[in-house]
Design a protein around this ligand. Structure first.
Ligand code: MG
Length: 397
């Protein structure tokens, strides 16, 4: 989208708060804007390629058709871009945030993260959002002039979705006007960052239903307990009697996503229009650019939102997934094994750092180096390393 056509509430790539290490604008024949450059750096990163072998709910070896963190990130980017276009927000920024939002995830989804959190409890903790920022700020080693990817403030702000107060204060000592500021002073991130958060929830709720049914852990009958799914399935079956179960489910989920996207666009567009009117009648506008001078809690600022009814429907779907899928005995069994793998790996590298690659082995902050090393692993690599270091074979890969 031409920056001149962006909504007044969008982040304009020409007015970026910039990179930690200043870089000149591109001087090629077809220069990219700053957020397009961010997106391309993310796509070319090592951490991004690893997402293909990292899982969300199902362990990577369980089947070829389940979502991985890579396909999840692509689905989030697709949903968020469609909504950004409709709302005249910055599509490139949305895409960059969406593609990077899970870069800090450990192998084995939440089980891996829980295990690393426990291992790091006495060493400053472990948070996956913070780890995503650490990946793009520090751990990627691709550029001659700087560590990490040296992304713009706006992309980094979107990546740092959550952050504890203690970690925010620690980040601020190194970067006083950095993206951690809003966790201390309050305020919302950009509309683009808010949009990616909402797209993330929509994407995983829909694809976890799909993967849950594909795995045999859920069946269509159970989905009747979720009004949003039940109504959609009934409509599909009424319009297409005799359609087989798999196609019915895809059609149902497609319609659920479309309904959520339409609802979010309508409600958010209304919020943006209301803020426009308030601004036209003289209300103060909250500054769009973050930074030490801005006061993000004062003034008009719209929020990305869904209707209360859709929020309740989405919540019911999440509760269903939590109870019936994430806590399913088979999933729990796998996550317990995954937890053990990460815990064992942490102990093994902590006592024998030379088992890591030399740059990690040489790091003086050993607990953090071990956490970084493990967090960067794919599921398969973690399982192979676990077998090599402990002699145990907990999963077959
Ligand atoms: Mg996600």
């Amino acid at each position: 989208m031409n920056p001149d056509d962006l909504s007044r509430w969008a982040r304009d790539p020409r007015r970026s708060c910039g990179r930690r290490i200043a870089e000149p604008p591109e001087s090629t024949v077809a220069p990219r804007n700053e957020h397009q450059r961010d997106r391309d750096r993310i796509v070319h990163s090592t951490a991004f390629r690893r997402l293909v072998y990292k899982t969300q709910v199902f362990i990577n070896h369980e089947g070829d058709l389940f979502r991985t963190r890579l396909t999840h990130s692509l689905e989030v980017a697709q949903l968020a871009r469609s909504m950004a276009r409709a709302l005249r927000l910055n599509e490139d920024l949305v895409e960059a945030i969406a593609l990077a939002h899970d870069l800090g995830h450990t192998p084995f989804g939440h089980a891996g993260q829980d295990a690393l959190q426990a291992c790091m409890a006495a060493h400053g903790g472990f948070e996956h959002n913070l780890q995503s920022l650490r990946v793009v700020d520090l751990l990627e080693a691709r550029y001659a002039a700087f560590d990490g990817l040296n992304l713009t403030f706006e992309t980094r702000e979107g990546i740092l979705k959550h952050c504890s107060r203690a970690n925010a204060e620690r980040l601020l000592t190194a970067e006083p006007d950095g993206p951690a500021l809003r966790f201390v002073r309050g305020g919302e991130p950009s509309l683009e960052a808010q949009l990616v958060n909402l797209a993330d929830e929509m994407a995983y709720s829909a694809h976890d239903v799909d993967d849950g049914v594909r795995s045999g852990l859920l069946d269509l009958e159970q989905l009747q307990a979720v009004p949003l799914l039940a109504r959609s399935l009934a409509a599909v079956q009424a319009e297409h009697p005799g359609l087989n179960a798999r196609r019915s489910l895809h059609e149902c989920l497609r319609r659920v996503l479309s309904a959520q996207v339409a609802d979010l666009i309508a409600c958010s567009a209304a919020a943006m229009a209301a803020a426009d009117s308030a601004a036209c009648s003289g209300a103060a506008i909250a500054p769009l650019e973050a930074g030490a001078e801005a006061s993000p809690t004062v003034g008009v600022q719209p929020r990305m939102q869904t209707s209360a009814a859709m929020r309740d429907e989405a919540l019911a779907l999440k509760r269903f997934l939590f109870g019936e899928l994430y806590r399913h005995p088979r999933v729990r069994h796998m996550t317990q094994l995954a937890y053990s793998v990460v815990t064992d790996l942490f102990a093994a590298y902590f006592s024998q750092p030379a088992q890591m690659t030399p740059d990690f082995a040489a790091d003086a902050d050993r607990p953090r180096a071990v956490a970084d090393y493990i967090a960067g692993m794919t599921d398969r690599f973690a399982l192979r390393e676990h077998q090599r270091l402990t002699g145990q074979r907990l999963f077959s890969v």
